[in-house]
Write a protein that binds this ligand. Structure first.
Ligand code: FAD
Length: 450
């Protein structure tokens, strides 16, 4: 509790929840609070599915805040300090954002607030362990995942799971401030006719539904995670990625339910570690959002001409003639989500069968994935391209046909997403995989100097 009563703004970004929210709890403990979300014009670049998802999540956050959420539109660098001034706030509280854009934006907002005698206070983040915390004994960063994960586990064990908090009670919300957006959907470029994404299976719009999904996965999926996580036809993974991306839930809530004695649970814990690992890598090397982490591959021959663009368009539409690739792309186009195994297969196909820049695929994914996260996505792509951390050896090329046979043996995933499968409308394979594999190997070898 603060000694004197303060006035604060809590600025929500990737933390659209009221439980497990240390910044919110702290601000409410200090005095009266304006809960704020700013619709940044940068959201205009997101797909409609993603904007619809955001609109629905904001509506549920508002309900969780008893209708007190103030939604504004504008560049946060101007808007947040202006609103803080309008309510006479002493401080603006946030959960720290470690993405390259968020980090820069917050530095600018902090500077503007400071000029007005106010503070930007970051408490907690969207991660179990924040970037730059996990280091080697000499303080230097880890370059590969496995040793990172060992230290990550010991840091977690030492710090304990401190992020779990009830929603703050007895809050004194500030309401009735001018400039609130009446229709957040319209501000996000949506019309009343735009319907929510067709993916109830993978998307939650509220903390309550995300927690319900998690409870269900815990009951029926988690104890078989290792066996089923690679089978795209099954609900073998948690589908928590969108809820984690927007912060409907904090990963600490999931971690608290894991049993360290179970191999399956430990595998799931490692996936949460991958999320922190990629955030750490991107925070330290922000240029790797779009540049090869392994610069040795900068000289690789890539196809970028008109013909390459046509091939890219077929990949985007899910019309490559490789069933598992097309099924994955259709799942993405329809639902804004794709199974992890299939993400790996379609990414490998773009890079190693079509010889296109991984950045093309990463950009397309970022536009469409509801869980789109620059660190996990772009480093997932760099993994597939063999240019990233802990890279799959460049000579390991996924065969889309044998991958499909192995992970979708009864074709049910492919049949679900490709209604024209087995009809004359389904295209023939656009390339000869064996030939393109040899071509890719030759190009990688040449780029690495033989
Ligand atoms: C090319 C490519 C692009 C990807 N883009 C994204 C992205 O934009 N956003 C995203 O959240 N994940 C991304 N992933 C990782 C992974 O595919 C998704 O996190 C996963 O499919 C989400 O489904 P789930 O919640 O059911 O996963 P689960 O298997 O239930 O995993 C639980 C959680 O662990 C985290 N996680 C799992 N796998 C990974 C991973 N490989 N890297 C980082 N975190 C992981 C996610 O937060 C996930 O919700 C990408 C992977 C690849 C290969």
């Amino acid at each position: 509790m603060g000694v004197t009563s303060q006035t604060s703004v809590v600025w929500f970004r990737r933390d659209l929840r009221t439980i497990d929210h240390p910044a919110l709890s702290r601000a409410v403990g200090d005095g009266s609070v304006l809960p704020l979300f700013v619709i940044d014009p940068a959201f205009a670049n997101s797909s409609k599915v993603r904007r619809l998802a955001l609109a629905e999540m904001l509506a549920s956050l508002d309900r969780d805040l008893g209708g007190a959420l103030h939604i504004a539109v504008g560049d946060p660098i101007d808007t947040v300090p202006a609103i803080a001034a309008a309510v006479g706030a002493d401080a603006v509280h946030v959960s720290r954002d470690h993405g390259p854009y968020g980090h820069r934006r917050d530095a600018s907002v902090a500077e503007r607030l400071r000029a007005d005698g106010r503070r930007l206070i970051g408490t907690g983040s969207n991660h179990l362990i924040d970037p730059t915390t996990v280091t080697k004994a000499d303080g230097s960063p880890y370059a590969v995942f496995t040793p990172f994960s060992r230290t990550w586990r010991s840091v977690l064990a030492e710090s304990g799971n401190t992020a779990l908090l009830d929603a703050p009670s007895g809050a004194d919300w500030i309401t009735g401030i001018d400039g609130a957006v009446n229709d957040p959907r319209a501000a996000l470029g949506l019309t009343p006719d735009d319907l929510g994404p067709n993916n109830d299976r993978h998307l939650d719009r509220s903390t309550a539904s995300a927690l319900e999904r998690w409870a269900n996965f815990r009951a029926v999926g988690l104890d078989r995670y290792d066996e089923r996580r690679n089978l795209p036809a099954e609900a073998g993974t948690s589908s928590m990625s969108s809820a984690l991306r927007f912060g409907l839930v904090h990963p600490a809530r999931l971690l608290a339910d894991l049993d360290p004695g179970s191999e399956h649970h430990r595998t799931f814990e490692s996936e949460l570690c991958w999320r922190d690992f990629y955030a750490d890598v991107l925070f330290r090397r922000p240029e790797t959002a779009w540049e090869n982490l392994d610069r040795r591959l900068n000289g690789i021959a890539l196809d970028t001409d008109e013909r390459a663009r046509e091939r890219f368009a077929l990949w985007c539409q899910g019309r490559t003639g490789f069933e598992i690739v097309d099924a994955g792309m259709r799942q993405l186009l329809t639902t804004g989500w794709m199974h992890n195994r299939v993400r790996m297969i379609v990414a490998s196909f773009l890079v190693k069968d079509l010889h296109l820049p991984w950045q093309w695929g990463a950009r397309f994914f970022m536009e469409l994935l509801i869980d789109g996260d620059l660190a996990s996505n772009n480093h997932g792509w760099q993994w597939a391209a063999g240019t990233g951390t802990d890279a799959a050896p460049y000579f390991r090329v996924f065969n889309p046909v044998t991958q499909a046979e192995r992970w979708d043996p009864d074709r049910s995933y492919r049949a679900r997403w490709l209604p024209e499968l087995d009809t004359a409308d389904y295209p023939a394979p656009m390339v000869d995989h064996a030939r393109e594999r040899d071509e890719a190997l030759a190009r990688y070898k040449a780029a690495r100097g033989g």
